[in-house]
Design a protein around this ligand. Structure first.
Ligand code: GDP
Length: 364
């Protein structure tokens, strides 16, 4: 499950991507990760894992990771094949969600492809390319459903209707994301893998001064208002600064952030928001050998979570001993948490929660 970084040229995508690769996790430890220069693998910041690691001093600490793909070169006209348009659109299709980098800084030394800084116009340009690409797809699906219907396949009736009204919606310049429909219709639409349907985060790229006081930056506010209307999130970043921070050794990073008067880098916030956008949560395992955060889909039950560690854990699942991180932290140790009855024994139907610290019991 990768996130694609998109945006017009010269908005700061590569700079942000460099920050990601500099901060990057060692991809060799993550066999499921793609080896590709355009893909950055990065650890998901997790204070719970840091706490466990400080407590147990394990030989190894393994964070959860996510992957970002740098999708450079999306320009006006991409959907008509301008530049390498179609190739970039195909790259976006392979991602599960989108980080749209929007330029929210003025700098006469950095040419703006559209001549001036205007976040809403820029968002509109990229959106339109995604919508145009989707329109082509939706038209095809509408026609196909019509043909099936004519040849007597009644099941195609609903599909023909849904794709026809979605076509009109896109034709008016709207994203598939904002198309209002019920669950059944949403399932039909989901089968078309549309670009403008993908969940999105706006990364508002500010300069250093703007970043320090982003709430008072008009460009930022514009993006914030648009995102609010779409129910999307905006994360302020300063790509240049993020790239510098990412190069610092971990022990210097905190001090550097403190000097800036912030507790968390824009990149860390972006990574966490991206993880949530993908519908992912972490559970943790701890011990003297390894403390580790494991990625699961929100809503995963205990046996399937156990299966992330080893298929035997899922097959032979008996129960999960679970303590919420906050409870463990408050008690100070696993034993103290046990004495207080805060370590629960959970069965097969238990739905895992973010930050659960777990020991699985299983038959071999
Ligand atoms: P891309 O084409 O979207 O990948 O943009 P780049 O990352 O290559 O950035 C384009 C130019 O903008 C480069 O000269 C960067 O140094 C500059 N730039 C990127 N981020 C920032 C930022 O946060 N502040 C300022 N002032 N310049 C930036």
């Amino acid at each position: 499950m990768k996130l694609g970084i998109v945006g017009l040229p010269n908005v700061g995508k590569s700079t942000l991507f460099n920050a990601i690769t500099n901060a990057g996790a060692e991809s060799a430890n993550y066999p499921f990760c793609t080896i590709d220069p355009n893909v950055g693998v990065v650890a998901v910041p997790d204070v719970r894992l840091s706490w466990l690691s400080d407590f147990y001093k394990p030989k190894k600490t393994t964070p959860a990771v996510i992957e970002f793909v740098d999708i450079a070169g999306l320009v006006k006209g991409a959907s008509k094949g301008e530049g390498l348009g179609n190739k970039f659109l195909a790259n976006i299709r392979e991602t599960a969600a989108i980080v749209h980098v929007v330029r929210c800084f003025d700098d006469e030394n950095v040419i703006h492809v559209e001549g001036s800084t205007d976040p809403l116009r820029d968002i509109g340009i990229i959106d339109l390319e995604l919508i145009m690409a989707d329109l082509e797809m939706v038209e095809r699906r509408a026609e196909k459903a019509q043909k099936l219907l004519k040849s007597g396949d009644k099941k195609a009736a609903r599909e023909a209707e849904v794709f026809a009204s979605l076509r009109d919606w896109l034709n008016d310049g709207n994203s598939a994301r904002s198309f209002d429909c019920d669950e059944d219709d949403a399932a039909i639409i989901a089968s078309a893998e549309l670009l403008s349907l993908k969940p999105i985060i706006y990364a508002a790229n500010l300069d250093e001064d703007g970043f320090a006081d982003y709430h008072s930056v008009a460009y930022y506010k514009q993006v914030e208002e648009l995102a609010a209307r779409e129910g999307a999130q905006v994360i302020p970043v300063c790509a240049k600064l993020e790239a510098e921070i990412a190069e610092l050794p971990a022990e210097d990073k905190q001090e550097f952030l403190q000097d800036l008067g912030i507790t968390e880098s824009g990149l860390d916030r972006l990574i966490k928001a991206s993880y949530a956008l993908l519908g992912l949560i972490s559970f943790l395992t701890s011990g003297e050998d390894e403390c580790r955060a494991w990625t699961i889909k929100n809503g995963t039950k205990a046996p399937q979570a156990a299966g992330k560690i080893h298929t035997d854990f899922e097959r032979g699942f008996i129960r999960a001993e679970v303590v919420a991180f906050e409870d463990l932290k408050t008690c100070g140790s696993m034993n103290a948490a046990k004495e207080k009855g805060l370590v629960r024994s959970e069965g097969k139907e238990y739905v895992m929660k973010d930050g659960d610290i777990v020991l699985f019991r299983f038959n071999v």
